[in-house]
Design a protein around this ligand. Structure first.
Ligand code: ME8
Length: 523
């Protein structure tokens, strides 16, 4: 392993089991998968976590409506998330469910430690609650929202109850100092500014609910209170790796989330970790390196909604995979998605445009051209590189520069830009072919050596580009590797060494293979 001791831990939110998986869940998990694959390819030891958030009050209601126990309903729906992610070739290393004992016992320990230290205390709550989001809303925010949920428009509920509170207010300054000292902690920058503004008036926050039924983790030592679902849920990131063989993965490198849950991840979560870290036995609990907050997918220009019928659900996702391939879907999500602070539109016409221009006409076309010419002119035996002229040198420089460019982008979670940096190399090959016109040289026997050198350079640059594209398009790139006689141990990679010029050896067997991305007509 080229990066001994270097670990990379990436998480997605754990999804509510009441919903069926949709494009939003698939999006965040795809981003996690791309990062995980990239870091494995680099040689890091990776832990990629996703899962389900199960102790929401609405789970009990939904189960009752169906005459099921909450556990049975959660089992059924968690299985759907697991099956969906398996079908989409996600490579998570674990799938945490908050109803599992391994999670419940650890959460009980953490909350006990916070009760013992006085960071959690019993008090009275009177205020607003967004039942759909399972979220307590401060008075000023409730007013701003006109007492309706900003997410589903339903009226906020007035709650008066005895609650355990976390002393969030005491951590205000420490949080602000931490965020200032670590500008990469909340990304992108616009979200960092948003969270700084909100932390400035953070109040102590409820972490329990009363009237709890059996569907919760109890507050230790108090049978009347269940731990508030959000507090239970946030701890998943820690419970899953709080074992002797996994503690090395902490602190988490990237928590991937969307803007709807920034408050919990950018404020409450780090504050709870700060509190826990002070307790005996928890000095290893550092803060996560980054909370990366993407925006939302909308669909065909409008907010996704079941009533509008523009929801990108599992059936629609399947159709895209059948028509364009899974890797094409991953490409669209990774390069056109809402990684920044604006929402992105999932629209069929745009999908086809991007598919044709990036995949059919660029990656796929370049792979076909290069392999076809080597098969046609050299019987599929890779020729020798020969001498490099100026044009060849510049192609080589583009390929050799890719690793640093791609790496710098992945370090910033700029997944779209990382893909663009790899695609640049493919474009450089296309340019090189336009400039050197190998199909013309092929007509002249006296130019065989030159023709061979050009095709070697194209194939070698294509190999390097393919490594940069692999994390996003693992299946198609593996097909391409078969065509150019390459094999890589992608689980234990050495990307830096593999992207050095000269990996392809003259004499290698090049085959045509199937067209990677057939062109699609816009109808
Ligand atoms: O909030 N576009 O779960 P959840 C992009 N259980 N991403 C979207 C999206 C959209 N339109 N809609 C949803 C919860 N997502 C809690 C999390 S974590 C400790 C607990 C994605 O099922 C995005 O990642 O409502 C968002 O943050 C997440 O799904 C919310 O999933």
């Amino acid at each position: 392993m080229p990066n001994p001791g270097k670990t990379f831990y990436v998480t997605t939110p754990i999804y509510y089991v009441n919903d069926r998986p949709h494009i939003g869940h698939v999006y965040t998990t795809t981003l996690g998968d791309v990062l995980a694959r990239y870091h494995r390819l680099r040689g890091d030891e990776v832990f990629f976590l996703t899962g389900t958030d199960e102790h929401a009050a609405k789970v009990v209601d939904a189960a009752e409506e169906r005459g099921l126990t909450a556990q049975a309903w959660a089992d059924q729906n968690a299985a759907e998330f697991e099956q969906t992610f398996a079908k989409l070739s996600m490579t998570h290393d674990d799938f945490i469910r908050t109803s599992q004992d391994r999670h419940k016992s650890r959460v009980t320990q953490y909350v006990k430690a916070l009760l013992d230290s006085g960071d959690v205390y019993l008090g009275d709550y009177e205020g607003w609650y967004d039942a759909g989001q399972e979220e307590y809303i401060p008075d000023n925010k409730a007013q701003e929202y006109d007492f309706k949920s900003p997410f589903n428009g339903k009226p906020l509920i007035r709650k008066t109850e005895k609650n355990y509170f976390f002393r969030l207010k005491e951590y205000r300054q420490a949080l602000l100092d931490y965020i200032e000292a670590n500008p990469g902690f909340v990304q992108p920058d616009s979200r960092r500014n948003e969270i700084i503004a909100r932390i400035a008036d953070a109040e102590d926050t409820p972490i329990s609910r009363t009237g709890a039924n059996d569907w919760c983790i109890r507050v230790p030592g108090d049978e009347d209170h269940g731990i508030y679902v959000w507090i239970d849920a946030l701890f998943n990131y820690l419970t899953t790796v709080d074992t002797d063989d996994r503690r090395k993965f902490w602190p988490c490198n990237v928590h991937l989330i969307a803007k709807d849950i920034l408050w919990f991840h950018g404020c409450i979560w780090p504050a709870m970790l700060m509190a826990l870290k002070k307790q005996p036995g928890y000095d290893w609990v550092e803060l996560p390196t980054q909370v990366y907050t993407h925006s939302f997918w909308i669909s065909e220009g409008r907010k996704m909604s079941k009533t509008l019928g523009n929801f990108i659900d599992l059936e629609t996702i399947d159709q895209y995979v059948d028509q364009f391939s899974l890797d094409a879907l991953r490409w669209y999500l990774s390069t056109q998605g809402p990684l920044g602070s604006t929402d992105s539109d999932f629209a069929k016409s745009k999908f086809i445009e991007v598919y044709n221009s990036d995949l059919a006409n660029t990656v796929g076309n370049c792979a076909s051209r290069v392999t076809n010419m080597i098969v046609r002119y050299f019987d599929g035996v890779l020729p020798s590189p020969g001498r490099e002229d100026q044009l060849a040198k510049s192609l080589r420089a583009s390929a050799e520069g890719m690793y640093n460019n791609v790496n710098a982008m992945y370090e910033k979670t700029a997944i779209g830009a990382a893909n663009e940096a790899a695609l640049e190399v493919v474009r450089a090959i296309d340019n090189y072919i336009e400039q050197t016109q190998p199909f013309k040289l092929a007509k002249d026997d006296g130019q065989r050596e030159k023709l061979g050198a050009i095709l070697y350079q194209c194939a070698e640059a294509l190999r390097i580009a393919s490594l940069g594209l692999y994390p996003t398009m693992p299946l198609k790139i593996q097909e391409l590797w078969k065509m150019i006689d390459c094999q890589y141990d992608v689980e234990n990679g050495d990307l830096q060494a593999w992207t050095k010029w000269g990996g392809l050896k003259p004499g290698a067997t090049i085959t045509k293979g199937a067209v990677l991305f057939p062109r699609v007509q816009k109808d």
